[in-house]
Design a protein around this ligand. Structure first.
Ligand SMILES: Nc1nc2c(ncn2[C@@H]2O[C@H](COP(=O)(O)OP(=O)(O)OP(=O)(O)O)[C@@H](O)[C@H]2O)c(=O)[nH]1
Ligand SMILES: [Mg+2]
Ligand SMILES: [Zn+2]
Length: 365
């Protein structure tokens, strides 16, 4: 097989071991049953047409046109030992996945395809900068990160602010039961508290908008400047999308981290269940409304509105909940063929009603 580069340090003998990449006895058993003769490895970067795959001691650049499926960063694979240039013979079971729905432009039925952005992530690091606290953005990032089993909220750039209480006041109602950890990549403050959440063998992924400090955080955790970082723009304080590819790095102790470039808008596959997961407090309140289909607008005995009234829930958070639920429903109509048909029927029926009854006031549903 062609060796693309060897190891974390050029010239180092072995490079990363499978253990450095998070290999476990359970995965070894799985690989042995799926493809006993195969060479196990992990996808550390997936590009169109080829992937970088780390096997014990080496990193290979492998063509993926003949792979059983499009590999994603974080995938465990086995390689065919008989093919010199490397060929993926199997992709092991994905414990978790982050996906995005992409429209098939060539397909007039409007069907969508699932693009797996990263696989086998155990813990999402949702990154927010202390200098620009934005609970609404955090809600969206948590929704994007919902594909991981667990999430922690990392508040970066702690060295640039003096008011620590503001971090808690602004973000804790949103982070809820998830750990909220302020850190500074500059001074190292908080990094050990963050590391305490990294169990041996887990795969982490950094989520967050451009410029919030994801790559700088990974460098601080690595203790070396491996990732390129970029100064934020002076005019609007936004990032420059410095990181453009998703890449996996070992942090030691079998812990690995994937630097995820900022995902624009909510193009991820977000379900109403995922929204309820992120807005657990609102969902719990809603269970106490008189009507099961309460829209929490003006209905009698609405437990959600009562909580807003009592100051236990902010209007902003309720508004975000409604908005994201609407977006999830809209996306579901686009992506789910059954839902799409139901929506088309509804639109046709609406058209028939309108022809029968042209009074616009009575068309409201
Ligand atoms: N003072 C201070 N600056 C930081 C900290 N973390 C990141 N920065 C700065 O923030 C800017 C953006 O950091 P990056 O790490 O490139 O941000 P990113 O999230 O990876 O951005 P993209 O790759 O564009 O998605 C850089 O100028 C960093 O030096 C921190 O803890 N303290
Ligand atoms: Mg970056
Ligand atoms: Zn209600």
């Amino acid at each position: 097989m062609s060796v693309f580069s060897s190891g974390p340090e050029t010239g180092s003998e072995g490079g990363w071991s499978l253990a450095d990449l998070g290999w476990s006895s359970a995965r070894a058993e799985e690989a042995a049953s799926v493809d006993p003769a195969g060479v196990p490895g992990r996808v550390i970067r997936a590009d169109r047409g080829h992937s970088l795959i780390a096997i014990d001691g080496y990193v290979l650049s492998v063509e993926t046109s003949s792979a059983p499926a499009q590999p994603a960063v974080g995938d465990w694979v086995t390689l065919d030992p008989g093919v010199g240039s490397g060929r993926i013979s199997s992709i092991l079971r994905r414990a978790t996945r982050f996906s995005r729905a992409t429209a098939l432009s060539s397909d007039s039925t409007g069907s969508v395809e699932e693009q797996v952005l990263a696989a086998n992530v155990d813990l999402a690091l949702v990154v927010e900068p202390a200098i620009d606290l934005n609970p609404r953005r955090l809600e969206r990032e948590l929704l994007i990160a919902d594909g991981a089993t667990r999430a922690v909220v990392v508040v970066t750039k702690l060295d640039l602010v003096s008011d620590i209480a503001a971090i808690w006041n602004s973000l804790e109602p949103v982070s809820a039961h998830r750990p909220l950890i302020p850190v500074s990549a500059l001074t190292g403050e908080g990094l050990d508290r963050l590391r305490a959440h990294f169990e041996a063998g887990t795969t982490l992924a950094c989520f967050g908008a451009s410029g919030v400090g994801k790559s700088t955080l990974i460098n601080a955790l690595l203790g070396e400047e491996r990732m390129a970082t970029g100064a934020i723009r002076a005019d609007d304080g936004r990032g420059r999308h410095t990181t453009v590819t998703r890449e996996l790095f070992p942090l030691g102790n079998g812990v690995t981290v994937i630097d995820m470039p900022g995902i624009r808008a909510l193009s991820t596959v977000a379900s109403a269940e995922a929204v309820d997961d992120v807005f657990e407090d609102v969902a719990r309140l809603a269970a106490g409304c008189r009507f099961a289909d309460c829209a929490h607008q003006a209905e009698p005995d609405c437990a959600v509105l009562a909580a807003v009234e009592a100051g236990e829930l902010t209007e902003g958070r309720l508004g975000a909940y409604r908005k994201l639920l609407r977006e999830a429903a809209r996306q579901r109509r686009r992506t789910d063929p059954l839902e799409r048909d139901a929506e088309l029927r509804k639109q046709k029926a609406f058209g028939r009603r309108r022809r029968r009854n042209p009074d616009p006031k009575r068309q409201r549903r």
